[in-house]
Design a protein around this ligand. Structure first.
Ligand code: ARG
Length: 467
């Protein structure tokens, strides 16, 4: 036996001295890539079946390998598998376990394959499944949002620009704005899934293989839509993972905006909503506190996902073709992104249905904000004034109301007539907040009737997302 084989590495043949213990740890990935184990086994089963169909393995060899892989998979599932750092990664751990289980024939599994095309296949399989489950989770959030929007279609609140009360909106309309962001997020994931679902296997280490393989067959067995066209590209690029993390970053940016609004609305200053006790925690010092920790954490976790995107972009930058060990660094940021996104989506999907909406507080805040000022200007336009002049007239009216510290509708008809003689008592209807809300009555507008119609469309769009 050569010294290399004594080193107990699957690749030990050309080595004469054992790996430095620190280097062994430094180069190992098994502590984190063991998450890929079941995908690795699925990939190996498809590979071995194809090899037997192409007569590279005999049918009996395939049957033995398949049975052995199933057993290894079960042991891993049941937590009865001992992962070894000395065996570096998930692939070599599983291969060694297979050989220990079925003997010499297990060593044939790696025919016509490299860990380079193997790991690229594993990550794609894994990410594809995760994207599918994430999209189902997003569906739950979308349904929670449309339910809430429908329930609160008639709830009037101040809409803001620059965080200054601007115009009256329906709280349901606001929820539907969140829904639009998440609908696009889900569609973005569906689109990025197309580029994930391409089979690298068969690319070998970089240049393919000398065996007569059938890559289409492996793609069919593993439900890949396409076979990677170029072997060098197939083993080296991780753009699909970067693209997913970019989509995930956008989701987190959307979540952080929702989180920020939840925190604001839940504050004493706004008091527009109560976040349920089940989603808050207290202070160890201040007995009165009920803190909105869940949305705060979601907001805070946005940083790790966008950070992961930068990590992956920088990991890929300037790598020469084809595979480099750099790529082993793709897994932790990707897994962290998945875990974070799943946790945050779950948190929101469960929190949204429990929101207590304080309708009277929203109305009171709207009443304080000269919220129908635009409506008065629009009214003057209908009376024949150019919009710019109407804007100036209402500006003066607002100035007077500010001086008197009263709402616009508390000014007298005489006051209004002094600004423009055409004004009559119908302006008080115009200044009514509910009329102002109902007047925005067109596709995409905030009138409660429009919000209800948008909810119906939203339900249909959600149901079409996952087909
Ligand atoms: N653990 C490695 C990774 O994650 C598997 C591929 C290793 N290939 C190699 N030639 N060293 O990328």
């Amino acid at each position: 036996m050569s010294q290399g084989q004594q080193s107990n590495k699957p690749w030990g043949g050309r080595f004469t001295s054992p790996t430095n213990a620190f280097v062994e740890e430094f180069t190992a990935s098994v502590t984190f890539d063991q998450r890929l184990a079941q995908c690795d086994i699925r990939g190996s089963l498809a590979h071995a079946r194809m090899l037997s169909e192409c007569s590279v393995l005999s049918e009996a060899e395939f049957a033995t390998i398949a049975a052995g892989l199933e057993r290894v998979g079960q042991r891993i599932d049941q937590g009865q598998f001992e992962w070894s750092i000395a065996l570096e990664d998930v692939h070599m751990n599983i291969e060694r376990a297979l050989v220990d289980d079925i003997g010499e024939v297990g060593k044939k599994l790696h025919t016509a394959r490299s860990r380079n095309d193997q790991v690229a296949t594993d990550i794609r399989l894994y990410l594809r499944d995760e994207v599918d489950s994430l999209r189902r989770q997003l569906d739950a959030l979308l349904t929670a949002l449309v339910d809430l929007a429908e329930r609160e279609a008639d709830t009037l609140m101040p809409g803001y620009t620059h965080l200054q009360a601007a115009q009256p909106i329906s709280f349901g309309h606001h929820m539907l704005a969140w829904l639009e962001m998440v609908l696009r997020d889900s569609a973005r994931l569906a689109d990025c899934r197309k580029r994930i679902n391409v089979l690298p296997l068969g690319a070998g280490a970089l240049a393919g293989t000398t065996f007569p393989i059938n890559r289409q067959r492996v793609a069919e067995l593993l439900d890949f839509d396409l076979v990677a066209e170029n072997s060098l590209d197939a083993v080296s690029d991780r753009d699909f993972a970067i693209e997913f993390t970019a989509a995930a970053s956008l989701i987190m940016v959307h979540y952080s905006r929702m989180a920020e609004e939840l925190v604001l609305w839940n504050s004493q200053a706004f008091a527009f909503i109560d976040i349920d006790d089940a989603f808050c925690t207290g202070s160890s010092m201040m007995p009165q506190k009920k803190n909105p920790d869940v949305p705060e954490l979601v907001r805070g976790k946005t940083g790790r996902v966008t950070g992961n995107l930068m990590t992956l972009l920088m990991l890929m930058k300037a790598q020469p073709l084809a595979y480099n060990k750099d790529n082993q660094e793709d897994k932790e940021p990707l897994f962290d992104t998945l875990d974070t996104l799943e946790a945050c989506t779950r948190a929101f999907a469960e929190l949204v249905p429990t929101l207590n909406v304080r309708r009277e507080r929203m109305r009171a805040a709207a009443a304080e904000g000269f919220i129908a000022a635009t409506d008065l200007a629009d009214h003057l336009v209908r009376l024949g004034l150019p919009f710019r002049d109407a804007h100036a007239v209402v500006g003066e009216a607002v100035q007077l109301a500010v001086q008197r510290d009263c709402p616009l509708e508390a000014l007298s008809l005489e006051d209004f007539k002094s600004f423009d003689a055409r004004l009559d008592e119908s302006i008080f209807d115009v200044l009514d907040m509910d009329n102002a809300l109902n007047a925005r009555d067109h596709f995409g507008g905030t009138a409660p009737a429009q919000v209800r119609a948008a909810c119906v469309r939203a339900r249909k769009r959600i149901s079409e997302l996952l087909v």
